[in-house]
Design a protein around this ligand. Structure first.
Ligand code: HEM
Length: 503
């Protein structure tokens, strides 16, 4: 019996053979004839998407990409149709207002496909088309402007004070505190209050159902990222297209319903509140959001701000505690700047230079968004970092690769806030500070940046003004041991607090 006769006798083996032949054919095409074949990268990754997907599913995606950049340089072909960059020019050409906008670089639909149920979020700022986005962005910008932040200051301060009160209770009870929970609860309580006029009361009751919901958010993000990565394979995409909408839509509708009820409750409040929803729905403005748009804004904002902000708070918290001399310098700046707790406010927290440097360096060493936010190159192609990239390619800057590259930073592995100071030592003169863009750049950059900076500064000024904080032993590898699924899967940060002794 010949091999062909043997195969034709078994339909299953014929199918498997066809799949194998198809994959060999595609790999040969990807390696030698694909328009991206001139770009370098690991051969196996240029032939097939499997290595990148495997790394992503293991929670090692950005770390794997970082290693490839160390081998192949500023631009790497990380999958047959995907390029990762790590330079300031990469940011400009992929996300920036001028060149990227000119070529119509678009946020990749696939990336957010499993975060939201598409039908219910047609009106969302993250999935809107260019024209819809421009309108939504104008309305959203009002809620994140300087006057808006001034109006929101008392609401934010109230929650930070509640955090301090909680920490005082834990300290007098001699408890070990998990700062990851504390930071997550504070930020979720703040954003919920700004959206719904109602706190989630996480700081009051860490065992409430809301608290378990908050703890489940990183898992939700991880699942969405993994599904998005798997959906790049046609067979998985087909299967997901049958089952995922039902599963996702079911959960999502429940989530949307509870969000929508909370929005109803907020809209029925008679009191004047300078919160986010006030600015989004202000009837005195020419443009404001429709009711379905408000629901979808609530979902997007709860997710957009509520994992990234705790990430940087936790990263900064850990890095300071792990670097005693830096912590001491920051404590000195904070305690000498404020006579009393009441002096810590929106205006005063932005005056602390060393705190700013500690935050910037924490964004570099522990980027709140460590993965690249993907963009699709439009049909006609685009010029990125001086090279032509054909239409349909997925492109991004990978922060973790850019921020740790010795070509961008002197001594990149170390946490050195001093490199960010106006009069930094000469060895940091060539640091490419503009490559650190935690909030992205361009027409779709982060709207919550000023609010996030205010929360970070306020929280650290108050914590370090009230307490001496001590890291519990055995947490030396806190960063190294974490997996990344879109966002860091944060391990607990266990600390003990001691009241500051003042004369
Ligand atoms: C440290 C904290 C934060 C970081 C690192 C961060 C990072 C980012 C990044 C990188 C993007 C762009 C995503 C892309 O290009 O596809 C983004 C978009 C966005 N962020 Fe943030 N974010 C933070 C906090 C917040 C907060 C507190 C809010 C609001 C409560 C917020 C609201 C938004 C919104 C609405 C967008 C979409 C903007 C648009 O599409 O025009 N973010 N954020």
């Amino acid at each position: 019996m010949t091999a062909l006769e043997w195969l034709s006798d078994s339909p299953f083996l014929s199918f498997v053979s066809l799949v194998v032949l198809y994959n060999i054919g595609t790999s040969i095409y990807n390696l030698f004839f694909h328009p991206l074949s001139k770009y370098t990268g690991p051969t196996i990754a240029s032939a097939s998407r499997i290595p990148l997907t495997y790394a992503l599913l293991c929670g090692q995606g950005p770390k794997w990409i970082r290693v490839q950049h160390e081998k192949y340089g500023n631009v790497v072909r990380v999958a047959p149709d995907e390029l990762s960059y790590m330079t300031t020019d990469g940011w400009r050409d992929i996300y920036g207002a001028t060149p990227a906008a000119k070529y119509g670089m678009k946020r990749s639909d696939d990336f957010f496909a499993y975060f939201f149920d598409k039908q219910s979020t047609e009106a969302s700022i993250v999935s809107a088309n260019e024209e819809g986005h421009r309108r939504l962005r104008k309305i959203f910008s009002r809620a994140f402007s300087k006057p808006a932040l001034t109006a929101q200051e008392p609401l934010i301060t109230e929650k930070v004070d509640l955090l301090i009160q909680n920490l005082k209770q834990a300290q007098s009870a001699g408890k070990v505190v998990n700062m990851v929970d504390m930071h997550c609860f504070t930020v979720f309580d703040i954003i919920a209050d700004l959206m719904f006029g109602e706190s989630l009361h996480l700081l009051e009751d860490e065992n409430s159902p809301n608290a378990s919901w908050v703890r489940s958010v990183p898992g939700y993000i991880a699942a969405s990222i993994c599904l998005g990565a798997l959906a790049k394979f046609p067979i998985v995409r087909f299967t997901l297209s049958i089952f995922a909408p039902r599963i996702v839509a079911q959960h999502y509708k429940k989530f949307l319903k509870s969000t929508s009820d909370k929005v109803d409750a907020r809209l029925s409040l008679k009191e004047e509140r300078g919160d986010i929803i006030h600015f989004l729905t202000d009837p005195n403005e020419k443009m404001s959001l429709s009711r379905p748009e408000v629901d979808s804004a609530a979902v997007v904002l709860m997710l957009a701000g509520s994992d990234t902000t705790p990430s940087i708070l936790c990263g900064l918290n850990y890095l300071l505690l792990a670097h005693g001399a830096i912590l001491a310098k920051l404590v000195q700046e904070i305690r000498s700047s404020f006579k009393s707790d009441e002096d810590i406010n929106l205006e005063s927290v932005f005056k602390l230079e060393y705190l700013g440097a500690c935050i910037d360096e924490a964004f570099r060493v522990y980027p709140a968004a460590p993965i690249g936010f993907p963009r699709d190159v439009p049909i006609g192609g685009a010029s990125i970092c001086g090279g032509f990239v054909p239409g349909g390619t997925i492109v991004y800057v990978t922060p973790l690769a850019a921020y740790f590259s010795p070509s961008n930073f002197h001594n990149p592995e170390a946490y050195i806030p001093e490199r960010w100071l106006a009069h930094a030592e000469p060895q940091y003169a060539n640091d490419q500070k503009l490559v650190v863009q935690p909030f992205s750049i361009g027409p779709r950059d982060c709207l919550g940046k000023p609010m996030a900076y205010f929360m970070i500064r306020m929280i650290f000024c108050k914590i370090l003004w009230h307490f001496d904080v001590e890291l519990q032993p055995g947490q030396e590898n806190w960063i190294k041991d974490q997996k990344i699924y879109g966002t860091w899967q944060k391990l607990p940060i266990l600390v003990k607090l001691h009241p500051v002794k003042r004369e």
